[in-house]
Design a protein around this ligand. Structure first.
Ligand code: SAM
Length: 377
């Protein structure tokens, strides 16, 4: 029998039916059997999914340009922390450090890079990948909480889609029970917090549909941004309340295995990924409650095009010697920016605190299309 199934059934026997968030938490993060705890082989071609850092180093390279601009917008302080939430295998951090060393040495001198990653298997992987950087002390493992008072850039790529959610329908809030070796669903009364979340950031569920409530993401975000000056950059697939009201993204839980959506989150617990699209309206509210100013949401395409357009993506092609290499990189870049790839389904939330409004607004990632217009007018 699947080890995690036995653990969850035991928990249900002791405590009664569990909320969906508890089920998702065990499936992804149980210390022994959880999907992210077991090994580091979930990512990339041989695994279950690709993230932008798996596609090409250009994602990290472009972000270096953006982080450098953010550091300058903060007045080029002597110390700045990048705190990466859910760092996975550490590929993004590696790309950022390598590229900053090459292209942004002044920014690199000020930089302390903190990786927040809870999976022991992934932490081991990160420590091996970034060994030299750990030895120099410039890269460390960090926690969500803020440890000193220098400016911070919180960065999260595909982090919030992996945070457990509640599932709510017109019948109430989902509970998972176990009967005859199977998980079965039942419904409990919706809590006041869940109802308030739906009222403010989502919509009332109609008959037969299920919506997600990301209370845990709200809490994680609030904990991660307890600083006075800096930025938040969240990249993920997701939606706004407006889109939900227009009938889209109403029920987005997916179980993913070997690059395909699997039938049910209750199959093979711990052996498949479970995700929910990110509610950006709720995340915006969480940052605003901490005194941040959230900028208008942009697509990953607009964001990366804004950063790369000035140099015609020279960062991507820099190491290519042969035409075939250029062609391959062009395809990878296309995947990151076009609607058929990740360009339109992924969005980027940028928020700032203690930074002049016009400095944030003129960041290249938020200026796609605007600079050409300005230059022409
Ligand atoms: C979908 S993966 C994305 C990894 C990486 N950002 C990337 O783009 O390749 C989500 C990551 O968040 C981590 N994670 C989830 N909840 C966390 C928490 N509360 N604290 C730290 N890491 C967490 C998971 O272990 C996993 O590595």
């Amino acid at each position: 029998m699947n080890g995690l199934r036995a653990v969850i059934e035991e928990e249900i026997r002791e405590r009664g039916p569990i909320p969906f968030s508890g089920y998702m938490e065990s499936c992804l993060y149980h210390p022994q059997f959880g999907y992210y705890s077991r090994s580091a082989e979930q990512f990339g071609k041989a695994g279950d999914f690709y993230t932008s850092s798996d596609v090409h180093a250009v994602f990290g390279r472009l972000l270096v340009r953006q982080f450098d601009e953010m550091w300058q917008a903060l007045g080029s302080p002597d110390h700045i922390v990048i705190k990466e939430l859910g760092a996975g295998r550490g590929l993004f951090a590696q790309d950022v450090m390598d590229w900053a060393e090459k292209k942004s040495p002044d920014f690199l001198r000020a930089l302390q890079y903190e990786l927040v990653e809870q999976s022991p298997a992934l932490r081991q992987r990160i420590a091996a990948t970034l060994q030299r950087r750990f030895e120099s002390g410039q890269v460390t493992f960090g926690s969500l909480e803020q440890s000193d008072d220098c400016p911070v850039i919180v960065f999260a790529n595909e982090f919030f889609d992996a945070i457990p959610v509640e599932v709510v329908s017109a019948s109430g809030s989902l509970r998972i029970d176990a009967r005859d070796g199977r998980f079965v669903e039942s419904w409990a009364a919706t809590s006041p917090e869940e109802s308030e979340y739906l009222d403010r950031y989502s919509a009332p569920p109609e008959q037969g549909e299920r919506l997600e409530v990301g209370l845990q993401s709200q809490e994680l975000m609030s904990t991660a941004i307890g600083f006075e000056r800096g930025f938040v950059v969240v990249v993920d697939y997701g939606y706004t309340r407006q889109e939900q009201l227009a009938g889209r993204h109403r029920g987005t839980i997916k179980a993913i295995r070997r690059h395909a959506v699997s039938g049910s989150p209750y199959e093979a617990p711990g052996e498949q990924d479970i995700t929910a699209d990110v509610n950006f309206t709720a995340l915006e509210a969480a940052v605003e409650q901490q005194g941040f100013r959230a900028e208008k949401l942009v697509t990953q395409s607009q964001f990366l095009m804004g950063i790369g357009e000035d140099t015609q993506f020279a960062d991507a092609f820099e190491d290519c010697r042969l035409p075939q290499e250029r062609a391959k990189v062009a395809l990878q870049l296309k995947h990151l920016v076009t609607p058929a790839g990740m360009g339109e389904s992924f969005h980027v939330l940028v928020a700032s605190k203690g930074v002049a409004e016009e400095k944030t607004a003129s960041l290249s990632g938020l200026s796609f299309g605007k600079r050409n217009l300005r230059a022409r007018s």
